[in-house]
Design a protein around this ligand. Structure first.
Ligand code: GLY
Ligand code: MN
Ligand code: MN
Length: 449
């Protein structure tokens, strides 16, 4: 198989462009202000061993700066003049021998397009001057308790100086609200990275489908997915679900310990993250055999629901529309298969279908697998967000039938989900993950060859 080619992404200036757009919005709304954005802290796994480090997504979106212990300070004055400042770790030859390279404030300004850079050790000393007399402070609140304390202490200290004519910002806003709106529309760099992440994940699913055979353990299939991700410099975007037979009916099953039997359905929900951008694919297939008649009935129902969802996606459509479509198609199918009672409108109204389909049909996708972004238009406008070109979302209908006494045995332990990643374009949609096969014939060919 041809290997996915990594996209060419320009240097730190596209992050600067996002910072400028953020500041412009702040100028329009607040007449200027200060943004303070910390990155994620490192986390201990045990004793002196850390979890692999991942920068905070909003921080990454605005800077591309990969190291912990860093804070962005962005200002915009009433005339619209901006300053981009980064606080980061200093170079440290001793620590760099143990832990690896540090960019340091010297090189960071050019590499990441900042006007000024300072050692992180200077942050507390510089914050009062940065915050003083700003009309608005925009910072995440309730994200990191240490950062909340830093801001509380800072504002408290500034208030004690009010008599000397300095005022703390009258308006304090969580910066994530405006950033969420920006992150909902992916720019060209983001789309290129997401396309690449999607291509890697599709290849990983093909590899795992070819590998999975009766007698394998679920974790061995997971290892195949992981192999393909890592061979492309990517990592898992979320813990992979590799769920055979009854495990496929557990939506967030991640133990992946069971031995797979011939004819079991195997549900794999696995996607990689490439340069911090996620993909999210689910495929379901029979191991070592063709689909049984009942497995095929459910599989084709879910596939039909997904196709109907795609038809409901276009610019201007409300986000909810494809979710309603998924519920309608799946519910009619359950009635036809005598899993639930009709008529359709009653089943939809009473929610009887939720016994077999209990989740949403999709979510925003981007830096986070369940990405930032509103599903409704606003605090005072509860109508659904309308789709726009540049938005990326998943489409993931499913059907999960447990081995209950009132269900015919042929349907027991059938759990099917089919999930793809979709970019809304100006004319309709672009399915980023279509290289992962899902037609019955293609899937059976891969699983039995
Ligand atoms: N993989 C997480 C989800 O599908 O939402
Ligand atoms: Mn998903
Ligand atoms: Mn998923």
């Amino acid at each position: 198989m041809r290997h996915a080619t990594a996209p060419k992404i320009p240097d730190g200036f596209h992050h600067r462009g996002r910072r400028e757009r953020l500041l412009q919005k702040i100028h329009e709304t607040h007449g200027g202000g200060l943004v303070l954005m910390p990155t994620a802290p490192e986390m201990f796994r045990n004793r002196d061993t850390l979890y692999p480090y991942r920068p905070e997504s909003y921080f990454h979106y605005l800077s591309g700066f990969p190291e912990p212990e860093a804070v962005l300070a962005l200002t915009c004055d009433s005339a619209g003049k901006t300053r981009h400042i980064l606080f980061c770790r200093e170079k440290n030859p001793e620590r760099e021998i143990w832990d690896g390279f540090r960019v340091g404030p010297g090189a960071a300004s050019e590499m990441f397009a900042f006007d000024e850079t300072f050692p992180i050790s200077a942050l507390n000393e510089q914050l009062p001057a940065l915050v003083m007399n700003q009309s608005a402070l925009l910072t995440p609140m309730g994200l990191y308790s240490d950062w909340d304390s830093t801001i509380t202490r800072l504002l408290g200290a500034l208030r004690t100086q009010a008599r000397s004519g300095h005022t703390p910002p009258a308006c304090i806003v969580d910066v994530r609200d405006v950033l969420d709106r920006m992150r909902m529309i992916k720019d060209d760099c983001e789309i290129a990275l997401m396309r690449h992440a999607a291509a890697i994940s599709a290849q990983a699913h093909v590899r795992a489908m070819r590998f999975a055979r009766p007698g394998h353990f679920e974790y061995q299939v997971e290892a195949e997915l992981q192999h393909e991700f890592m061979m492309h410099g990517a990592q898992t975007a979320y813990p992979s679900v590799v769920a055979s037979a009854e495990n496929a009916c557990v939506l967030h099953y991640v133990e992946n310990r069971r031995k797979i039997n011939a004819g079991d359905l195997l549900l794999m929900d696995a996607g990689c993250e490439y340069q911090n951008y996620a993909s999210d694919i689910t495929r379901t297939f029979p191991v070592g055999r063709r689909f049984s008649a009942a497995q095929k009935d459910i599989y084709e129902l879910v596939l039909a629901a997904q196709r109907a969802c795609f038809d409901a996606l276009k610019p201007g459509a409300p986000f909810r529309a494809f979710h309603d479509t998924a519920e309608r198609v799946l519910t009619q199918g359950m009635i036809d298969l005598k899993l639930i009672k009709g008529p359709l409108d009653t089943a939809l109204e009473t929610g009887s279908f939720k016994r077999f389909y209990m989740h949403r049909a999709g979510h925003w996708l981007g830096l986070d697998v369940h990405d930032a972004g509103q599903y409704r238009r606003g605090e005072h406008d509860k109508t659904p967000t309308l789709l726009e070109p540049g938005m990326v979302l998943t489409v993931e209908p499913g059907c999960y039938i447990r081995a209950d006494d009132d269900i015919p045995a042929a349907f027991h332990n059938i759990g099917v989900r089919i999930e793809d990643d979709v970019l809304i374009t100006k004319d309709g949609i672009d399915i980023l993950t279509s290289a992962a096969p899902k037609n019955v014939e293609e899937v059976e060919a891969l699983c039995t060859q």
